[in-house]
Design a protein around this ligand. Sequence first.
Ligand SMILES: Cc1cc2nc3c(=O)[nH]c(=O)nc-3n(C[C@H](O)[C@H](O)[C@H](O)COP(=O)(O)OP(=O)(O)OC[C@H]3O[C@@H](n4cnc5c(N)ncnc54)[C@H](O)[C@@H]3O)c2cc1C
Length: 564
Amino acid sequence: MHCPSVEPRRSLYFDYQVYPAFTAGVGAAAIRREALVVVGAGPIGLTAALELARYGIPSVVLEAEQQVSEGSRAIVFTRRSLEILQQVGVADRVTQAGLAWRFGNSFYRNQRVFRMEAPHDDNDRFPPMTNLQQPCLEHELVLAAQANPLIELRWGNKVVDVRQAGDHAWLEVDTPAGPYALESAWVIAADGARSGLRSLLGLKLEGAAYEGRFVIADIRIKLDLPTERLAYFDPPWNPGNTVLMHREPGDIWRIDYQLPAHETPEQALSPESLRERIDAQLALMGMQDRSWELDWSSVYAARALTLPEYIHGRVVFAGDAAHLLPIFGVRGANTGFQDVSDLCWKLALQVKGLAGPALLPSYSQERVGAAREIIQEAGKSTRFMTPPSTGQRLLRDAVLSLSLSQAFVRPLYHWRTSRPHDYCDSPLNCRDDDDHLFSQGPRVGAPLQNLRLGEDDYLFDHLGAAFHLLCFTDADELPKDVQAQVARLQEQGIPLRVITLGEQAAVKGADLSLDDRSGRLRELYGVPVGGAYLARPDQHVCARWQGLSGAALAAAVHRALGNH
Ligand SMILES: Cc1cc2nc3c(=O)[nH]c(=O)nc-3n(C[C@H](O)[C@H](O)[C@H](O)COP(=O)(O)OP(=O)(O)OC[C@H]3O[C@@H](n4cnc5c(N)ncnc54)[C@H](O)[C@@H]3O)c2cc1C
């Protein structure tokens, strides 16, 4: 019998709530068939359920535990993640509760040698990075899921077996009252790094594990420092190694330091060892007089692994269940949000019978491709932080010592952080549009670029769970053939909205007309009057034209639905 702990976890900044276990399925006479089951109510599983609900797809979320996750874990959320969270309705709460930042400082032996500035544009609603502890984010997602009539969240329900059965998967679920079975046409496996579903299906991750191990310690301390990332290379108290620091809400600071090679995790997490090292780091910063209290500590090793395919029969993998990425560069949860943003519209159209044969498989193509790119980039930063060989250590140390006197090597300190991926090779992209004629604006495969429309008004605030045709026009009516084609697609049930940007306050044939009398928005998108962009429901551009016809639109939508 599966009996998760009902003792609230301890935290200095978060009140854990224990939710009642769902046991109503135990002893049911017949096996229930659900449209969609999500396994795991971590950030990725909950976001998946909320995304599916936007498309009108109900889901059952099975979560082994009866409370949200322990410790701060993922603490840095990127702008793209906030844009995805905006669509599921929790970005405002995350922004209010979190700490925005855009600067990073790198120190070598306590001398600052590099200051990173993450790009930020007046057209962006969200800052480049927002710090918030993972349980706080999960809490917001739980509230949103509980308020959504299309989501049934079952706490204390652990999936212990899975079998593929043609047009559905069969799951055995264990609960504090005993097991029950259910069936589902599709299962999203968002059951985390140690995914039981991955093991039950006999799947293996591919990639590399790095040798360096790190302690994560969250402490409560008052430090009068701005919210900026701090990275210390080769500090005198931890020679040859690296220390990272991040500010979290509630006067919590994360100190993340590399362990000497010979030390065991048990030794590293002993109270004496933690106190000695944290005190040494505070002394390095001239803050030795501050008192502090430990909230949570853990040890992790950087791994860069992915499944080579995310769809296995009726089970689709996302988040840490699909890939394990080094947390330097904040790649863990941020990559998972992009997985579900890519997956859920495709799965929704599949369930509704609107998907062509290539639509769902494109999830695996696009996201495995993204994971492989991340693994390559993450490998570079991980090798810089924890050089795996003598040669690489020599090279890294040369960069570090040269940086004291030579400015040109300092940018080498800057490891790339998680970024949205451009699906340039996606099979869903239009093949004969005018992408090659554009010199500006988001290219085909990239996510749309947000645009400021007013004081507190941005383009992304107006996007929903649909394809969007952005037409840049000064006319008061869309071309007749475009209007007719849009109507035809909508009659088939394809979610498609038309937004015009131009001189007219209301354009016939548009669902929404945005004011661009100055031509500023058109210029940012590098498009002439009469041009248009087609974006998929996950906001990635799949076609753009300098002049649009109904036939070109129909062909692009047909292809973006996986019909080729
Ligand atoms: C110690 C630590 C520190 C981290 N620090 C960072 C960081 O600083 N930055 C960063 O970006 N990322 C960090 N991460 C990674 C980040 O936490 C993950 O990328 C993120 O949680 C992935 O979300 P997920 O929903 O895919 O998986 P998880 O958050 O792991 O959620 C999986 C959920 O599935 C549930 N579950 C598991 N098995 C079953 C089952 N059989 N049946 C039902 N439910 C099940 C689990 O209880 C859990 O709630 C850290 C992770 C750890 C462990």
